[in-house]
Every structure is written in structure tokens, then in C-alpha cells.
Ligand binder design. Structure first.
Ligand code: HEC
Ligand code: HEC
Length: 475
């Protein structure tokens, strides 16, 4: 009979090696796995308490900053960077490649300026080429991809919530037009506006056909897609699943798993189920929970006076027509999965374990200003709308050659200017080192306002810049 000591030693041995299995827990700090034991989505479902939200965000931060490894599932030898799961035609020769990716080890390798979750320098630019299925492209020629500078994720949860409320409002206006047309037997036109932003008009016919030719700055399904500088991605969750595959070759089960591809290891790198829904939720929660950038009151007298004047100039010359200083948000309650995602990103009906959390639980939310009706005023300096931003004479921002998702080449979503003082370089490609340059580069729908900027005297121009320099991401 084995002695008691032997049994204890065997138990200790088993415990040791159970701990050494690929898990990022503290018991095995030497492990080369960074994802570790998957987050159980069921542990974070329903309405989350403050403590649950905190725990989920902590896990999210660990994942956002993790330098993923092949043990985690880095590598997609037989899959491309495309958003829709796509097999590569032949095994990819160089697994890391700045053009089609994989192009980095961690989310925070690019989103790190001036804090984790921030923006990126030119060196962190990404080549966006959705439709490109041959992963061997090896040129920075803009005929093959659009080059984009890394934007920051501060306040991203507020942005997504604004977009959801605007989508619901625009879609309700379309339904109203349909009802009116049906009941009156006459065509009925409604103006599409949400939170003071105008998106054109739709005309409904009594037979249920809707004429969408008059819509402006939004997709024909009237879904506001606030992410990417093109304004074509609807949710943090969708962006996260895209980014995991593109940058890291980590394939989320909700898109690349058996449900949509019929395969357990779609990228054929030998690792199955690389990232589950619970871990994607953790990444989403951390991003949604980022505090928004803030506005400093300069201690330097001259800067303070100039920046106050600059705020007025900003309004006077029409910058605020697109860069709206604030948009009102009714509710801070964030549901993940959210209401607008399409196939391949986890959706409402596809899980019983959705999470709902109130961003008001987070410390930063307490200092957000509210209007008289109690709505939070989100100080984004944006309108979540797309605009044509180049013309014949002022064309620098029209430098892309490929359209993206049916959006014209020279049309981009208004950049949110909150945090702008902390996120040089500027413009979607990061071509501009100064604010003055990127303002002068506004053509198209921004042309009038830009011409008025150019015509200002030196003091007013300096005042405007002094104002923008108060919009910071706190270190
Ligand atoms: C190699 C650099 C790089 C890495 C790594 C990277 N990103 Fe990004 N990220 C970018 C760039 C560039 C953009 C802008 C894309 C565009 O405008 O088309 C962006 C945009 C985003 C956005 C949209 C922000 C907005 O307001 O439009 C989100 C969300 C995001 N990234 C999340 C992530 C997550 C999550 C990871 C890790 C899984 C990640 N990123 C890894 C470069 C990177
Ligand atoms: C018609 C809408 C519109 C108007 C008016 C407008 N902008 Fe913009 N702005 C945009 C768009 C769209 C972009 C994104 C351009 C790009 O990078 O493709 C942008 C980008 C910017 C950027 C760079 C942001 C970044 O993250 O790199 C700054 C700074 C800026 N605008 C300031 C201003 C100022 C100051 C004014 C007034 C003189 C102004 N804008 C007027 C739509 C507008």
C-alpha cells in the first residue's frame, strides 16, 4: 500500500502540472501562454455589479496589453486578414508582415499614446484592405490598401452608445414615414435627424418602397457605424474580432469557429478555439470603460485667454458644424452584445449570456456634464457622420485609391477632436505633423470653414490652435 507521504507527493505533482497547463494564472508565471484560462461568459452575464464590471475590465486590460504567442494561437498560416473568414490560397510564407498582417503582438503595441488605449505614431499605421484575399501583397502602393493611422479608444463606450441611440432614432423616423405613407395612400418624406445632426431625408411610398437617394453621411440601413476613420464598423465587439485576426492571427470562436466556418481550427495553426466569447467581452468592456479625454483649464494666463477666444473662433468659422462640441446621451447602460451586429459577431439572439453594465458605475462618469433633461453631454467634438473631405483644389485628404464598404474614397467620418492635443500625427493616414496643416487640408464639405480659417488673422488662428491644445488625454 502506498504510504500517505507518497499520495501527498503525487497530489502535489498533479497540482503542479495542472497549474503549468497553458494558463496565465499566478501559479505559473513562467508560462508562454498569455490568454490562459478562458473567461467564462456565464460568470459575467445579466446585469453586472460594479465588482463584476471591474473584474471583467481588468481581464480586458490584461488581454489588451498581452503580447500574444503561438501558444495562444498567434498565426494564421491558412487564413487571411479579411473580415469575412477567408482561406489563403497557399500557406503564408512570412507570418509577420506589415502589410496584410499579422503586424504586431499586442493591441497596445499600437494603441499606446499617451496611455494604453490611446493613439499611435505613424510607425503604427495599418494597411486596410478588406477584399484582398491574396495575403502575399508586399507593397505599400495605395492601389492595394488604404493606410490608416491608429486612433485612440478613450471614451469609446460613450461613442458606441451615442451611435446606438442615433440608429434607433433614425430607424424610427423611417418607420414613421412608412406608416404615414400607408395610412394616407400618399408618398411621405421625413427628415432624418438625431441629436441635432442631419442625415438627409427618406421618402416612403404607400406600397412600402423607401427612396433612400436623399440620405447623407450614413449607410442605407440607417445604422450609425462610429468606428474606423471611415465610419464603417458598428461596434467595439465587431472591431475587436476583426483586429484580433488581422493584427495577431487570434481567431475568435464566434466568427471563425464551427458555427460559421464548420471548422475548429480555421487558420490551421494547430490551435483550436483561440478566443472565446467571454474573453472578447472582456476586451470590449475594457475599451467601453475607457474614460473620455478631458479639457484642461490652462494655468498659463495667455494660453487661457487665447484658448477662450479660440473656442469662439471654432464656432464662428463653422468647425462646430461637424465637430459638435457635445452630443446628448440618454442612457449609460451598455449591452454587450449590442443591437446592431451582423453575422460573425456575437448577437443578442445567439447567447443567453449577454452582459449589461452601467458605465455610470465608473468613477469618471460622475464628472460628465448633463443637460437640463438629465442627458449626459458627451464632449466628443464630432457628429458621427461621414462627409466628403477633399475637392479638386484641396485634395490631400483624398489620397486613398480604394473605396471601403461602398463609401467613396474621399469621404470620412468626422474625427472626434476630444484628445486631439495628445494624438499627433493627424489625418487618417497620419500625414500631418501640425494641427494647422490638417485644418488647411479640409476640402469638400469642410472647404468653407477651412477657407475661413485660412482668412483669419494670425492671432485668431493661434487662438484656435490654443483652444484645440486644451483637448487632452490625461496621462
Ligand atoms: C498595428 C497597429 C494596431 C494594432 C495592433 C491594433 N490596432 Fe486598433 N486601430 C489601429 C488603426 C490604424 C486604427 C484605425 C483604423 C481605421 O481608421 O480604419 C485602429 C482602430 C481601432 C478601433 C476603432 C477606434 C475608432 O474610434 O474608430 C478599435 C475599437 C480598435 N482599433 C481596437 C483594437 C483592438 C481591440 C486591438 C487588439 C485586438 C487593436 N485595435 C490592435 C491600429 C492597431
Ligand atoms: C464638413 C465637416 C467638417 C468641418 C466643417 C470641419 N471638419 Fe475637421 N474633420 C472632418 C473630417 C471628416 C475629418 C477627418 C479627415 C481625415 O482624416 O480623413 C476631420 C479632421 C479634423 C482634424 C484632424 C483630426 C485627427 O484626429 O487627426 C482636425 C484637427 C480638425 N478636423 C479640425 C477642424 C477645424 C479646426 C475646423 C474648422 C476650421 C474643422 N475641422 C472643420 C470634418 C469637418
Amino acid at each position: 500500500m502506498p504510504s500517505r507521504t507518497l499520495i501527498l507527493a503525487a497530489a502535489a505533482f498533479v497540482a503542479l502540472f495542472a497549474g503549468a497547463a497553458p494558463s496565465g494564472d499566478a501559479a505559473s508565471p513562467w508560462t508562454e501562454a498569455t490568454i490562459g484560462a478562458p473567461t467564462r461568459q456565464a460568470d459575467f452575464s445579466g446585469r453586472l455589479s460594479a465588482a463584476q464590471l471591474q473584474a471583467l475590465m481588468e481581464r480586458g486590460e490584461a488581454l489588451f496589453t498581452a503580447k500574444f504567442t503561438t501558444v495562444d494561437g498567434v498565426g494564421r498560416p491558412m487564413a487571411t486578414q479579411a473580415i469575412i473568414p477567408t482561406k489563403s490560397k497557399r500557406p503564408i510564407q512570412q507570418s509577420f508582415q506589415r502589410l496584410p498582417g499579422m503586424d504586431s503582438n499586442a493591441c497596445s503595441s499600437c494603441h499606446n499614446d499617451p496611455v494604453t488605449g490611446g493613439a499611435g505614431d505613424f510607425v503604427a499605421n495599418v494597411f486596410v484592405s478588406e477584399g484582398f484575399t491574396n495575403a502575399d501583397f508586399d507593397t505599400t502602393d495605395p492601389q492595394f490598401s488604404n493606410e490608416r493611422n491608429t486612433n485612440h479608444l478613450m471614451g469609446a463606450g460613450l461613442i458606441e452608445l451615442l451611435a446606438r441611440e442615433m440608429t434607433a432614432e433614425l430607424q424610427a423616423q423611417r418607420s414613421m414615414a412608412l406608416n404615414q405613407a400607408r395610412s394616407s395612400g400618399e408618398p411621405h418624406t421625413v427628415r432624418l435627424t438625431s441629436k441635432g445632426v442631419d442625415f438627409g431625408a427618406v421618402t416612403a411610398e404607400p406600397d412600402g418602397i423607401v427612396d433612400l437617394s436623399g440620405i447623407d453621411g450614413v449607410d442605407s440601413d440607417l445604422v450609425i457605424r462610429p468606428f474606423s476613420q471611415k465610419g464603417v464598423i458598428g461596434s467595439l465587439r465587431q472591431f475587436t474580432v476583426n483586429a484580433l485576426n488581422h493584427h495577431h492571427g487570434i481567431q475568435a470562436v464566434e466568427r471563425f469557429g464551427p458555427r460559421w466556418t464548420g471548422e475548429d481550427d480555421f487558420d490551421e495553426d494547430g490551435v483550436e478555439a483561440e478566443m472565446g466569447a467571454g474573453d472578447v467581452s472582456a476586451l470590449v468592456a475594457w475599451q467601453a470603460g475607457r474614460p473620455p479625454p478631458s479639457r484642461i483649464a490652462p494655468e498659463n494666463d495667455q494660453w487661457r485667454r487665447l484658448s477662450e477666444r479660440g473656442g469662439d473662433v471654432f464656432d464662428d468659422i463653422g468647425c462646430g458644424g461637424c465637430h459638435r462640441p457635445a452630443l446628448p446621451l440618454e442612457s449609460l447602460v451598455f449591452a454587450d452584445p449590442g443591437p446592431v451586429d451582423g453575422a460573425g459577431t456575437l448577437r443578442h439572439g445567439e447567447t443567453e449570456n449577454g452582459a449589461v453594465y452601467d458605465l455610470a458605475l465608473l468613477e469618471w462618469a460622475k464628472s460628465l456634464p448633463r443637460d437640463e433633461s438629465g442627458a449626459v453631454l458627451v464632449p466628443l467634438f464630432g457628429d458621427l457622420k461621414r462627409h466628403k473631405i477633399a475637392d479638386q483644389q484641396v485634395s490631400a485628404l483624398g489620397n486613398e485609391l480604394l473605396g471601403q464598404r461602398f463609401v467613396d474614397r474621399d469621404v470620412f467620418m468626422t474625427s472626434e477632436l476630444w484628445g486631439i492635443a495628445s494624438t499627433a500625427p493627424y489625418g487618417h493616414r497620419g500625414d500631418f505633423t501640425t494641427l494647422d496643416e490638417v485644418i488647411r487640408a479640409h476640402g469638400g464639405a469642410g472647404r468653407d470653414s477651412r477657407d475661413r480659417y485660412v482668412a483669419l488673422d494670425d492671432t485668431d488662428r493661434a487662438a484656435l490652435i490654443a483652444f484645440l491644445k486644451t483637448l487632452v488625454i490625461a496621462p
